[in-house]
Design a protein around this ligand. Structure first.
Ligand code: FAD
Length: 272
C-alpha cells in the first residue's frame, strides 16, 4: 500500500517523533511505500486567507467557500495545497499523527485540513438535490481509501472512558473521524491512542511501540469503524435524520451514527 503520514509535532525528538519512526519502519518492513508531510518542519501555513487565492481581486469580498470552489475548479489552488492533494490521491491510506492539545488536534493540523480539503475535492462533491445530499459520509473523492489517527494524550485512559470526566475518547475524536475523514469517503480505522504520556519512560516505550507496530502490520486488514452511510438508506431525506426505527428511540449523539453501537451508546468498533 501507499501510505501518507501527516505529522503534527514541533519536535522531532519528541515521543511523537519516536512513534512516527516506529510506524514508518513497521510500514516499510511490510513493503508499504510511505510519504510524510511533516507540518512544522515544512512550516505549513495553517490559516485560510486571501493569500490562498491569488486570483481574487483586491476589492473583491473574500468568501472562503466560493473562493475554494473556484480555485479548485480552475486548478488554481496554491502549490503547497496542490502538492498535499496529489499526495492524498496517491495514498491508499492516510495517517494523521498528533498530540492531543485541548481535546483536539494542534492548530497546524487543523489548518492543513482547512486548506487542503477544498470545495470540490473533499466537500461539495456529487449531486445535490431533493433526493441526494452529495457524495459524503462514506462516499466521495477519497472513498475506498483508509485513514487512522495516532494520538498521544497526557490524561489517563480511565478519564477518557465512556463515563470519564474528559468525555469518551470516541466522542472527542468523532469530529475528526466522522466529520473530517469519513465525510470525504475514507474508511476510518479505530485510532491508536497512547494515554498518560507525560510520565512516560523507556520501560513504557517498547510495549507501546510493539502495539503500534501491530497496528501498522494490520493497516490493510483492520475493520473500519462501521459508520452509517449517508446514502445507504439509514437517513431520511432531506432532513438527514436517522430513521426513527434505527437506534434507541431516546438516544441522541455521536454513537447513533455507528451501526453497531452498544445499548449504552459506546462504540464497540473502536475498542479492538
Ligand atoms: P514528549 O513530551 O516528547 O514526551 C513525553 C514523555 O515521554 C517524556 O517523559 C519523555 O521523556 C518520554 N519520551 C519521549 N520520547 C521517548 C522515547 N523514545 N522513549 C521513551 N520515552 C520517551 N493532554 C490531554 O490528555 N488532553 C488535552 O486536552 C491536552 N491538552 C494539551 C494542550 C497543550 C497546549 C499541551 C502542550 C499539552 C496538552 N496535553 C493534553 C498533554 C499532551 O497531550 C502531551 O503532552 C503530549 O501528548 C505528549 O506527547 P509528546 O510527543 O509531546 O511527548
Amino acid at each position: 500500500m501507499k501510505v501518507l503520514l501527516v505529522f503534527a509535532h514541533p519536535e522531532p525528538r519528541s515521543l511523537n517523533g519516536a512513534l512516527r519512526d516506529v510506524a514508518i519502519a513497521a510500514l516499510e518492513a511490510q513493503g508499504h511505500e510511505v510519504r510524510v508531510s511533516d507540518l512544522y518542519a515544512e512550516r505549513w501555513k495553517s490559516e485560510v486567507d486571501r493569500a490562498d487565492f491569488p486570483s481574487l481581486t483586491p476589492d473583491a469580498r473574500f468568501i472562503p467557500v466560493a473562493a475554494s470552489k473556484k480555485a479548485f475548479d480552475a486548478n488554481a489552488l496554491t502549490d503547497d495545497v496542490k502538492a498535499e492533494i496529489e499526495k492524498l490521491l496517491w495514498a491508499d491510506a492516510l495517517i494523521l499523527q498528533f498530540p492531543l492539545w485541548w481535546f483536539a488536534m494542534p492548530a497546524i493540523l487543523k489548518g492543513w485540513v482547512d486548506r487542503v480539503f477544498a470545495y470540490g475535492f473533499a466537500y461539495g462533491v456529487g449531486e445535490h438535490s431533493d433526493q441526494r445530499w452529495g457524495d459524503r459520509y462514506g462516499e466521495g473523492t477519497l472513498a475506498g481509501k483508509r485513514a487512522m489517527l495516532i494520538v498521544t494524550a497526557g490524561g489517563w485512559e480511565e478519564h477518557y472512558a465512556p463515563r470519564g470526566v474528559n468525555g469518551p475518547i470516541d466522542d472527542l475524536l468523532f469530529p475528526i473521524h466522522h466529520g473530517i475523514l469519513y465525510y470525504p469517503g475514507y474508511d476510518v480505522l479505530p485510532p491508536f491512542v497512547v494515554y498518560r504520556v507525560d510520565r512516560f519512560d523507556e520501560a513504557g516505550f517498547e510495549p507501546v511501540a510493539e502495539r503500534l507496530r501491530e497496528r501498522m502490520r494490520t493497516l490493510a486488514t483492520t475493520q473500519p469503524i462501521p459508520y452509517r452511510r449517508q446514502n445507504g438508506g439509514d437517513y431520511l431525506i432531506p432532513s438527514m435524520n436517522l430513521r426513527p426505527a434505527l437506534g434507541d428511540p431516546g438516544a441522541a449523539g455521536f454513537a447513533l451514527h455507528v451501526d453497531d453501537a452498544d445499548a449504552d451508546g459506546s462504540l464497540k468498533a473502536t475498542r479492538p
